[in-house]
Design a protein. Structure first.
Length: 360
């Protein structure tokens, strides 16, 4: 690694960190002004506001805007170097443009690896107190309003409940059906099922168990004594699921996606999008940094303003592209993995085309 490489990597990282810091501070100030009335109304403690909420909101936004900030900061400092003829001097010394890309790859690679670790394991844990704070102080009280819920709790075993009260953790008109060879062989019915948090089991009240035989059925009925049983169904399945995907690490997301698929439940798309996005974002960092170099490497007669403007336009197009493809995928009209990777694929192709237009 040469002195020029170290110089470029240092400029790359310091400009990126400074840009992220400034934008995140602006976002936090705007957020505080917007939510100040809510804070005065719900009266959370200052410690909760700053430690539980803002200390965890800052890294969330820092990571969220990383791809765009890496692009804009790359355009900014590279265009400034080009206007001072530093890029021309580097290329004039015998360094090829392809070789010039190396420190940008290294710098963006450092940010990409850091981003992957953060979004995969660190941020989900930090998001838990932030989202809990939002649900407690900034959102209306949550009540589960679903009706006639069906889910598979294990292979060939299906649960049904007409309604659920998330305050008492009680399911009403609960049934559990076991199917073998496409035939109902056993059915458990209960007027209500309440989750006992100390036992980690469900208590079934006014239950009856019917085992269907070939010639005669067997009935078990107990209106007085509740039945304690373990079922692969938990109160968290009926809790507020807003932004739940942001609180799960990559392994937890995998497990939760498998759980939703095994139950045949709806809403798996948002978790798949989150899962694939965590792998796509680090690549977006590298792709956009190289595009930023290509956009801003040539010296413009009008100064750096035009190049920075082009950078903002491309960044805006990336955002629009990402939002549209994500929205289509959430509606179930596009494969989630394609929706997440499509902006990277398109902007990679644009970067390749632009690469051949850069004067050597």
């Amino acid at each position: 690694m040469t002195k020029i490489d170290r110089y470029l990597i240092k400029r790359f990282l310091t400009t990126y960190v400074f840009a992220v810091f400034i934008i995140v501070m602006v976002i936090l100030v705007i957020d505080f002004v917007e939510k100040n009335d809510d804070f005065l109304e719900t009266k959370p403690s200052n410690r909760a506001i700053f430690l539980d909420y803002y200390m965890n909101l800052a890294p969330y936004w820092a990571n969220y805007i990383s791809p765009l900030m890496i692009f804009i900061s790359t355009v900014f400092f590279t265009a400034k170097m080009a206007s001072h003829t530093e890029i021309i001097a580097i290329l004039g010394s015998g360094t090829s443009f392809r070789r010039l890309m190396l420190p940008y790859f290294i710098g963006s690679g450092i940010v990409a690896v850091y981003s992957f670790v953060m979004v995969g394991w660190v941020l989900p844990k930090a998001n838990i107190p932030r989202i809990d704070f939002q649900n407690k102080y900034l959102e209306s009280d949550f009540y589960f309003t679903g009706r006639d819920i069906h889910m598979a709790v294990q292979k060939n075993v299906y649960a049904y409940l007409s309604s659920y009260d998330n305050n008492s953790n009680t399911a009403y008109d609960f049934t559990l059906e076991k199917i073998e060879n496409n035939r109902l062989v056993e059915k458990l019915s209960a007027r209500r099922a309440t989750y006992d948090d100390s036992l980690k089991k469900w208590k079934l009240y006014d239950y009856q168990i019917r085992k269907l035989g070939i010639t005669k059925d067997q009935m078990t009925y107990s209106p007085a004594t509740p039945l304690d049983t373990s079922i692969n169904m938990f109160p968290s399945d009926f809790a507020n699921s807003k932004n739940r995907q942001e609180t799960l690490t990559i392994p937890q997301l995998q497990d939760y996606i498998e759980l939703i698929n095994s139950r045949g439940a709806e809403g798996v798309e948002i978790y798949k999008i989150e899962y694939y996005q965590r792998f796509a974002t680090p690549f977006a960092v590298v792709i956009l940094s190289i595009m930023g170099l290509i956009v801003s490497a040539r010296k413009a007669r009008g100064g750096v303003g035009l190049q920075i403007a082009i950078g903002f336009v491309l960044a805006f197009l990336y955002i629009i592209f990402y939002i549209l493809s994500k929205g289509i995928a959430e509606a179930g009209s596009m494969n989630p993995i394609l929706a997440v990777w499509l902006p990277n694929i398109v902007f990679s192709a644009i970067s390749v085309v632009m690469y051949f237009t850069v004067p050597r």
